[in-house]
Design a protein around this ligand. Structure first.
Ligand code: SF4
Length: 379
């Protein structure tokens, strides 16, 4: 099954314009490292993808800003967007679909029929329940109806982003449309949730590729989040953690502590209660492209109990206050990733992820500034 998507043409992963064999292997290695897979499993994944064993993906949009799709496609890494389109068979995606109206509806029906029981359903956006779900209708059907229909024939369901995971921004008080997440609609069905505003594309890639290469979903926590990405708090592997433990804090934006790169807890950082891997897997393949790396407190966007509920500058309880065995260096650039910089010794997944990230950096991305450079992310 293949439908016309904007910017997509048929072709093998290793031959698409802008992607050579090395780039292809590199991205898959990063995705495998992100989920903590070893060398042999990574090789299996590369082999499976090279053979064309791409998972069919049907991607639905509901109440959202399309930021997760933008994060997936508007990356700085040359050709990553194209490669993503090669790693999965994106058979229906409303943002990328060239068809419109009845043609688009037919694409969805065809995609479901041709891969019934085998496709991965990705849900982006919240689903409004109030007043029978009339606040989000596509082709005359409510989002609730479409989601139930497409999920019934899916092999796996992934809710990407905070909106699809529990409601996100559309569910913020007073939640006028009764917005909620896919797991709350698909009660009793396993839904992998990848919260984040936006979700990191590598977490999605790692989850989807593990499913196609190894035939199983990653281990999930009680909220449906893959443990490889959401098993630790930001605070446990934050490059500013040494400042927290030493009692060095920024007290307001632009003060001396803020400019020195001190801990942002007193500015309302939600890192101590937020489970995510942003500090080891930055966004857009840009060093320091994550809130704390840019000098802003973590907003807690992966946590339903925090994001869009607890005021931005209100402090949170420290979930696991015990300091880690090792720390990132206090003068290290925020984006300098490694087992030490990650700040948590003995956590193999984090180390593997850091290695994968570093691997990519060393080949294609601009080099991070040397320690002591003014642009090291110490805001
Ligand atoms: Fe990092 Fe925030 Fe923890 Fe400070 S409070 S160490 S900035 S996660």
């Amino acid at each position: 099954m293949s439908v016309a998507l904007w910017g997509s043409t048929p072709g093998a992963a290793s031959t698409r314009e802008g992607i050579d064999r090395r780039g292809f292997v590199q991205i898959i290695t990063m995705a495998a490292a992100a989920i903590g897979l070893g060398e042999s499993a990574t090789a299996s994944m590369i082999e499976a993808v090279a053979k064309g064993a791409k998972p069919s993906v049907i991607w639905l949009h509901f109440q959202e800003c399309t930021g997760c799709t933008e994060s997936l496609l508007r990356t700085s890494h040359p050709g990553l967007a194209e490669l993503i389109l090669d790693l999965v068979s994106l058979d229906y995606h409303e943002t990328l679909l060239a068809a419109a109206g009845h043609q688009a509806e037919k694409c969805l029906k065809d995609a479901m029929a041709q891969n019934a029981g085998k496709y991965i359903l990705v849900v982006e956006g919240a689903i409004p329940e109030k007043d029978g779900g009339i606040y989000c209708m596509i082709g005359g059907r409510t989002a609730i109806d479409i989601l139930n229909d497409v999920a019934a024939k899916a092999a796996a369901v992934i809710a990407i982003g905070s909106c699809a995971s529990w409601g996100g921004i559309p569910s913020a008080a007073p939640n006028p449309t009764g917005a909620t997440g896919a797991p709350m609609i698909l009660k009793g069905k396993t839904v992998v949730t990848l919260p984040g505003c936006p979700a990191n594309p590598y977490i999605f890639l790692g989850t989807a590729l593990q499913f196609v290469a190894l035939g199983k979903l990653p281990e999930l926590d009680e909220l449906g989040r893959p443990k490889f990405a959401y098993g630790r708090t930001i605070h446990e592997h934050c490059p500013r953690r040494a400042h927290f433990d030493a009692g060095r804090f920024a007290h307001q934006f632009g003060d001396d502590g803020h400019r020195q790169g001190y801990c942002l807890y007193k500015l309302g950082c939600k890192g101590p209660a937020t489970h995510a891997n942003c500090s080891t897997l930055h966004f857009g393949e840009m060093t320091d492209a994550w809130p704390i790396g840019l000098g802003h407190p973590c907003f807690g966007c992966t946590e339903q109990k925090l994001a869009f509920k607890v005021p931005l500058h209100e402090t949170v309880d420290i979930e696991r206050p015990t300091p880690p065995d090792t720390y990132p260096a206090v003068d290290a650039p925020q984006g300098r990733i490694g087992a030490v910089a990650a700040g948590v010794a003995g956590l193999a997944a984090g180390a593997a992820l850091g290695a994968g990230y570093r691997f990519a950096k060393s080949h294609d991305a601009p080099k991070p500034p040397a320690a002591g450079d003014s642009g090291g992310g110490q805001s």
